[in-house]
Design a protein. Structure first.
Length: 209
């Protein structure tokens, strides 16, 4: 399997952490989403993609993680297969990945517009949506993991969200504001799967022209 994308993307990283967690072997193609060659891998020109045996390519972290859960089997799958537990994990994932979308929208807005053409109303809205999700997620966080003793995909995805904010949008995740998510993030970053997937210094979006 070949995972396409850079680890500074929280979506790529959540897939990579999941691959490590399941001890699934994979190679990497560190092509940036903004590289012109990306269209040959993913017609939407986004990351992550996972090229699986038989030349099939999967797109979107949710679809990829669903495939990895199937490979891991129902006992080990980090998203429970059915019932209340599944619904609760999926709800956290909806908020956490939505928060990733909003954080990335702000980062892109600042990256692709000069200071005087930035859509301030839009970025204010994105930041409000992001903090709304973080407040809710923080208020419902368990200990030691999000759902208590059971480690789930919610932990991986929240760890990757916090990691992205610490890297690219620090003002959205200041120390002390979300203490439960901060503690969860520290626990996640201490895991081998997170250590193995830390973004390298040369993994970043194209520099501002
Ligand atoms: N829903 C997608 C979101 C993926 C996504 O937003 N990827 C970003 C990188 S963090 C990307 O490829 N951005 C380039 C673009 O959209 O033009 C997923 O879960 O994989």
């Amino acid at each position: 399997m070949i995972l396409v994308g850079q680890f500074d993307s929280p979506f790529v990283r959540r897939v990579a952490v999941t691959l490590h967690h399941y001890h699934l072997r994979f190679e990497r193609n560190r092509l940036s989403a903004f590289h012109p060659g990306m269209v040959e891998i993913n017609p939407l020109m986004r990351v992550p993609s996972l090229i699986i045996d038989g030349d099939e390519t999967l797109y979107d972290s949710n679809a990829i993680i669903d495939y990895l859960d199937e490979l891991a089997g129902p006992q080990k799958a980090l998203i429970p297969r059915s019932g209340d537990e599944r619904r609760r994990v999926l709800q956290v994932l909806a908020l956490a990945t939505g928060a990733m979308d909003k954080a990335i929208a702000v980062v892109y807005e600042r990256r692709f517009h000069s200071a005087h053409t930035i859509a301030h109303e839009w970025t204010v809205r994105c930041m409000a949506q992001l903090s709304g999700a973080l407040v809710h997620l923080d208020a419902h966080a368990g200990d030691p993991w999000y759902f208590g003793r059971k480690f789930t995909q919610a932990d991986i995805t929240l760890g990757c969200l916090a990691g992205y904010l610490n890297l690219r949008l620090t003002e959205a995740f200041p120390p002390g504001l979300y203490p439960n998510l901060e503690r969860l993030n520290e626990r996640c970053e201490a895991l081998d799967a997170f250590i193995e997937t830390r973004p390298a210094p040369d993994e970043f979006m194209p520099a501002k022209p």
